[in-house]
Design a protein around this ligand. Sequence first.
Ligand SMILES: [Zn+2]
Length: 193
Amino acid sequence: MPHAVVIDWGDGCRNVLPPASSPSLPWRLRHIGILVTSGRDCWKCHAPAQDTGVCVVVTDAAGLTSWWVGAYSPFEPMFSDIFMQALATRFGVRRRYSKTMGAEYLANTCLKCGALSGDNFVFNDFNGLGGGFSNERYLANPCTLYELSAPWDSQPRQYDFLKPGFYQRVDRSRITQVIAPDAGYPFWRPMTS
Ligand SMILES: [Zn+2]
């Protein structure tokens, strides 16, 4: 009987993070993961929906920690094929064309009907219709963090994508469940007979 192999996200992928630098406000990367929350219904089929994003935890030059959640696109070049499959089947995160963005990118979709909930909706409260990370109605809802391994150092770097509208701060108190990489992710494991 083969051992179940935990497939992590950096599997076979290159590091795309910015080079170590010494700008005025360098950040050190502490944790990274997939953050999941729920509460809203799908705008199209009205089934219960979840919102997901990449959670980035950094400390600044003063040692203060901030928690951010946002788009998948800055990290997509690191995602292996099997990780992309896991994102699609477990979270409904798929490459989709967005008219608003005028481009195809990794976005949240409804697990039931496939309707797109684009970045502008999930991380930026578009027309007040935003999802679990941006709409005031959901900001008290709990989140689960699936931590990912960090295959890089914690040298100070400038993470330019950590900006409002694309990434946003998330209140640490919302994260009521943290699942560590070494706990094993059922959805990372390939289906074996
Ligand atoms: Zn739906």
